[in-house]
Write a protein that binds this ligand. Structure first.
Ligand code: DON
Length: 565
């Protein structure tokens, strides 16, 4: 071949490799279906969502049904006592996002978790009634349905009511989780609650109080939760337990339609959640910082790949801490901190020879005038609409405060605020003024419900639980498919690592990386630790295959299941 022809051939091969990376290992596939799919943390919820799709409902109908079913089947994180974010892409290509994040109650104040010496009072923002933010889930579910739903709401709420009455079988993982948190349930709740009992794998838990609450919501709509009998009971309950909620707090709660964060990475267009979540911004920052490096060439979870990703994560989380908060309260210089040139400059100090210590990294400087336990589910319907939803009550079983009369746990989302600048929250995240507490403000989140297009077509719908690790898990899963040619199931199951600026440590998923490998990373100058949770998140994803079929990725770390047809 002539020299220039050889050059073009090599170039074309390189481009092809980048976009259609051949897999180097045998693929394990998740469930593959032809038309529609729901992947969530519990089979019961995925089944209910899938049944709605089969009945002719669209992704938004299925969203409502799945989210309510998770509130029943997955009390660890599924909820009506918390909040969440939804990113959607219609079959027309139209995209959008709904923010139904909790808000600080009107009685909240900047220093509410500090003692008279200005120190953070342990557990005050994480346990019991004072940790609770005004829930947004019911408002979010109904808002979504009102705008995009097609089936009558009764048809959508009823399956969750039936499930609550029929009961849900305890899984092995659930048995362990309930046992682990029982001492805290007893510490927080005045009276005994259903979860104080000894629950064994295979037992059935009946949720009759929750069934009644959902029945009233079915009849009266969201105003039942925000103004009706349920609202009144909820306010009384929180105040009897030492919190400070009013009927006005609930009445004033409104979800907000937001413009998602959209950016390019190679041939992909990534659509993710905007503030008050940090998810989309951090994902955009990290991906733009790593884009100039050939991580496909370096290899999956190789030392060089981990170095590049860790250094980008370090810089992104430093910006998160300084710039991000509720956009209705603080000005966020979104365009500037997601600008490619700014981000490439942020990586100027990176070298493969040694780490950049986090003490040498602060937020990037820009010209800026200041005015002054989670669960994810992904759905694609047979019409080609996609929704990506992450919802949470924050910690495992939220504040551990359980309203037996209404049948649900209350969130401890207030801990996602920065109680004191520089003081870490339960995920070790530090914040600054942008994320301080104020009445009616939304606390900064890491939730990253994401949709990916490839060459203009729907490609992936994904997200996870996992606090600060959500962002880095979503990142690695996208890269696993795009750069390393994995199936959705393999991408979800692959070992993960995490860095979040502070603490300055690379966290490796327990038992998934060899000691020799971790020593090699240490030899490069990095501090290394095992992530002591059972896992870094529970990824949930759907991949649109070349023939248009759908592949589900349901994380084996949890009870996650894909159901579809
Ligand atoms: O919004 C956030 O970032 C946290 N409240 C998410 C909590 C979470 O993922 C818990 N699951 N492990």
């Amino acid at each position: 071949m002539k020299k220039h022809l050889i050059f073009f051939f090599l170039l074309a091969t390189l481009i092809a490799c980048k976009d259609h990376t051949p897999s180097t290992h045998t693929k394990t596939h998740g469930l593959i279906t032809q038309q529609a799919m729901v992947v969530s943390a519990r089979e019961e919820a995925s089944q209910i969502g899938s049944d709605i799709l089969k009945k002719g409902g669209n992704a938004f109908d299925a969203l409502a049904a799945t989210e309510l079913a998770l509130a029943v089947a997955f009390p660890y994180a599924g909820n009506i006592g918390g909040g969440g974010f939804m990113v959607y892409r219609l079959n027309s290509g139209e995209i959008g996002a709904l923010d139904y994040r909790e808000k600080a109650p009107l009685a909240a104040s900047k220093n509410m978790y500090l003692d008279e010496n200005g120190n953070v009072v342990p557990n005050k923002s994480t346990l019991g009634a004072l940790a609770v933010g005004v829930p947004g889930s019911i408002a979010g579910i109904f808002e979504t349905h009102q705008r995009f739903g097609t089936l009558p709401l009764e048809d959508i709420v009823q399956p969750a009511i039936d499930l609550a009455k029929r009961g849900v079988v305890v899984t092995e993982k659930q048995e362990q989780r309930i046992k682990k948190y029982q001492p805290l349930f007893r510490e927080v709740n005045k009276d005994s609650i259903i979860f104080d009992e000894i629950w064994k794998t295979g037992d059935t838990i009946y949720y009759s109080a929750l069934a009644s609450t959902l029945e009233r919501i079915k009849i009266n709509g969201p105003s039942e939760f925000y103004e009706g009998e349920t609202a009144k009971k909820l306010v009384d309950f929180i105040n009897e337990n030492g919190g400070s909620f009013t009927m006005e707090d609930l009445k004033k709660y409104k979800p907000v339609w937001r413009k998602p964060i959209v950016f390019k990475y190679d041939s992909l267009k990534i659509i993710s959640m905007s503030p008050p979540s940090s998810g989309g911004v951090c994902l955009a920052q990290i991906m733009k910082m790593i884009e100039p490096y050939d991580i496909h060439e370096y290899g999956h979870n190789s030392k060089k790949t981990i170095q590049v990703i860790v250094e980008a994560e370090r810089r992104a989380f430093a910006d998160r801490s300084y710039y991000l908060g509720d956009p209705d309260f603080v000005d966020i210089p979104l365009d500037k901190i997601t600008d490619s040139l700014y981000l490439q400059n942020r990586m100027d100090t990176f070298t493969f020879t040694k780490p950049t210590p986090s003490t040498d990294i602060s937020h990037g400087s820009i010209e800026f005038s200041e005015s002054n336990e989670t669960t994810h589910f992904s759905i694609i319907d047979s019409f080609g609409n996609a929704v990506s939803v992450t919802t949470t009550i924050n910690g495992a079983y939220g504040s551990k405060l359980y309203c037996s009369e209404l049948g649900f746990f209350l969130n401890n989302e207030m801990d996602d605020f920065s109680s004191k600048p520089g003081e870490p929250n339960m995920f070790g995240l530090v914040g600054a003024e942008a994320n301080n507490i104020a009445p009616e403000k939304r606390m900064l989140s890491s939730m990253t419900p994401t949709i990916v297009e490839k060459n203009g077509m729907l490609y992936m719908v994904l997200g996870t639980r996992g606090g600060s690790t959500i962002i880095t898990s979503v990142l690695q899963t996208i890269l696993n498919v795009h750069e390393f040619g994995m199936s959705m199931q393999d991408a979800v199951d692959a070992p993960r690592f995490h860095h979040q600026w502070l603490p300055d440590v690379v966290q490796f998923e327990e038992k998934k990386f060899s000691n020799t490998f971790k020593r090699e990373i240490e030899d490069l100058g990095y501090q290394v630790t095992d992530y002591d949770n059972p896992s870094l998140g529970n990824m949930v994803g759907i991949l649109v295959l070349k023939n248009g079929h759908l592949e589900g990725g349901a994380d084996k770390r949890g009870d996650d299941t894909a159901v579809g047809f």
